[in-house]
Design a binder for this molecule. Sequence first.
Ligand code: SF4
Ligand code: ZN
Length: 275
Amino acid sequence: MRVTVAKYGMFRFDDRIAVAVSGGKDSISLLRVLVKMERFRPKASLVAVTVDEGIKGYRDEAMKIAAAYCGNLGIEHHVVSFKELYGFTLDELVAGKRLKGESGLTSCAYCGVLRRRALNVAAREVHATKIATAHTLDDEVQTILLNIFHGDVLRLAKEKPVTDEVHERFVPKVKPFCEVPERESALYAYVKRVPFQSTPCPYASEALRNDIRVMLNRVEEKHAGTKFTIFNAIERIRPAFNGVAKNSHYEECVVCGEPASHGLCKVCQMLREVG
Ligand code: SF4
Ligand code: ZN
């Protein structure tokens, strides 16, 4: 992981790093590793940030684990919730849509957009200069295929180990585990005996990502190294994407003032739709 951090120049010596900690094995492991690395950077600081989507029986348990572990490490822990930001939990949003008989987007599609915003807001609240997320090699390759399956070329170009979306309201994101297979992150968590939540999210099975995960694991089992090959292939053609994200034009959302590519940001579009 240190090689990845150095290769992509993920951190500055004086960064205030908001570590996105969900309470799962990857994020708790990342927090532990960054705490160790930070010892060698006296001017840097860490703060753990958790987004509470409001998923009963899942996120509540994960939050307790995250809070307790941060307490053990002596790390400040900041929580933002969908309820306080948007006025509803993810459970309430999903129940409302089911009640109305609407299928539309999956729970994860809503969750992804709302959580991305929540994380950025939380990072700004704690005056972070970077957000570190625990996306593993597996997550990254799933996202690559997901974007290809959706034909979303812009997202394919934008999703990378270090974001370069230029806007003063976006806190830059880095992914120190992007070259760490999920198995290794799990092994680290077990060996170091870090506590983590193992229950999967109740909505996870609905998502296309889940099918891609299963498919990729099957292929990897038969053809070891496939995940790295896909990741490296995209990294090698990345120069061809150069400037796509940088050239993205952002305006201020006419409702909330956050960055938007058109008049209304994605979050406000969703809030309008579910409201
Ligand atoms: Fe949100 Fe889907 Fe992840 Fe659950 S699995 S936390 S609904 S993105
Ligand atoms: Zn908006």
